[in-house]
Every structure is written in C-alpha cells, then in structure tokens.
Design a protein around this ligand. Structure first.
Ligand SMILES: Cc1cc2nc3c(=O)[nH]c(=O)nc-3n(C[C@H](O)[C@H](O)[C@H](O)COP(=O)(O)O)c2cc1C
Length: 179
C-alpha cells in the first residue's frame, strides 16, 4: 500500500449548477481529502458533438483536455443523473470521444447514478465502462434512487443505508487504487 495521495478525476454527468450529482462529487472530495486529490471535471457541456471525421490526430481542444485529464488520473469517479431512461446525452457524447483511445483501459473507475429511478442509466454505464475495458471494483457501482430525498443540498448523503453503500464503494475503489 502506498501512502501518497491518488489523483482522481471526478466527472459529473449533470450540466446543472445546482446538481445533486455535482454536489455529491464535491462532498466525496471533501470527505476523502486525506487520501485523494480530486480534479473536478464539470465541462462535459463544452465538448463538441462527437464526429468520427473530427476524431483525428488533432481533435478539438476540449477533447484533448478531457482525454488528458482521464489519462493522467489514477482513477475516475463518474456521478450522473438518468435522463429519459439512459445516460444524459452530454455525458454519453464525452465518453464517445474516448472510444478511439485506450485511456479507460484498466483504469479504476467508480460509478454512481443519483436520479429519481436510474436503473437504466447505471446498467448502461456499467456496460459502457466494461466495453471500454475499465476496471470497476466489486461493489464499485451505486444506484441512488429517489436521490433528492437522500442527498442534502451540500451533497452529503442523509440516508444511512445509502451512506453505508457509498462508504463500501469508496473503500473498494481506494483499495484498488492502492494495488
Ligand atoms: C430531461 C430529464 C429527463 C429525466 N429523465 C429521468 C429518467 O428517465 N429517470 C430518472 O430516474 N430520472 C430522470 N430525470 C430526473 C433526474 O435524474 C433527477 O432529477 C436527478 O436527480 C437530477 O440530477 P442532477 O441534480 O445532478 O442534475 C430526468 C430529468 C430531466 C431534466
């Protein structure tokens, strides 16, 4: 086990300013600040529409930045709402820009969906990340249903069962990072 802090890229799938997913990532960053440094990525709305014709050796600048931040991280946490029974288009679009690369391959990744229901989004996110060869640890994905009743405005989880599941997710994720 290494004692140095790991660098985590936290990607919010919500473009809302008052997002519960964004707030939760900030709360995770604060709670685990002794063990990780969190680079908060909230720029998915700045990434242009994926176009294979533009996926060249010189892709758009925002794409270069997004890819670099994934590549230079020790691990990634994605925290997202569900939109119309799927991932929000902006998040899916950003991920599409990584398909021609290997930046997610073997990358430790934790997945959280905080939504009203969210079942399709978490299922889709798991499938996408396994397709990209990311390493999601055991219990490394968490669905928070009825998120608005379980997460305070500061992003701190107020529901004991959900909090316990998040702690398990983070323990397993951090253990994987230390391997
Ligand atoms: C356009 C739109 C579509 C939505 N569709 C779903 C859905 O299919 N399933 C679901 O569980 N929640 C759905 N929601 C609710 C969001 O997932 C929920 O409000 C979530 O907490 C928003 O997260 P945020 O505050 O991080 O943006 C939808 C919200 C919007 C704005």
């Amino acid at each position: 086990m290494t004692s140095s802090k790991k660098k985590i890229l936290a990607i919010s799938g919500s473009t809302k300013q008052q997002s519960v997913n964004l707030a939760m990532l900030k709360a995770i960053a604060a709670t685990y600040s002794g063990r990780i440094t969190v680079d908060l990525y909230d720029g998915i709305d700045k990434i242009p529409h994926f176009n294979p014709d533009k996926d060249t050796d010189t892709p758009p600048e925002s794409v270069v930045d997004f890819r670099n931040r994934i590549a230079t991280s020790d691990g990634v946490i994605i925290c997202t709402p569900e939109y119309v029974f799927s991932l929000p288009g902006s998040l899916k679009n950003a991920i599409e820009w990584t398909v021609s690369t290997t930046i997610f391959s073997k990358k430790p990744v934790a997945l959280i969906v905080a939504a009203a229901s969210g079942e399709k989004a978490i299922e889709s996110l798991r499938l996408i990340m396994s397709t990209l060869d990311a390493t999601v640890p055991a219990n490394g994905s968490l669905l928070i249903k009825g998120a608005k009743g379980k997460i305070g405005p500061n992003g701190v989880i107020t529901d004991a069962e959900t909090e316990a599941k998040l702690n398990t997710l983070m323990d397993n994720f951090l253990r994987l990072l230390d391997k």
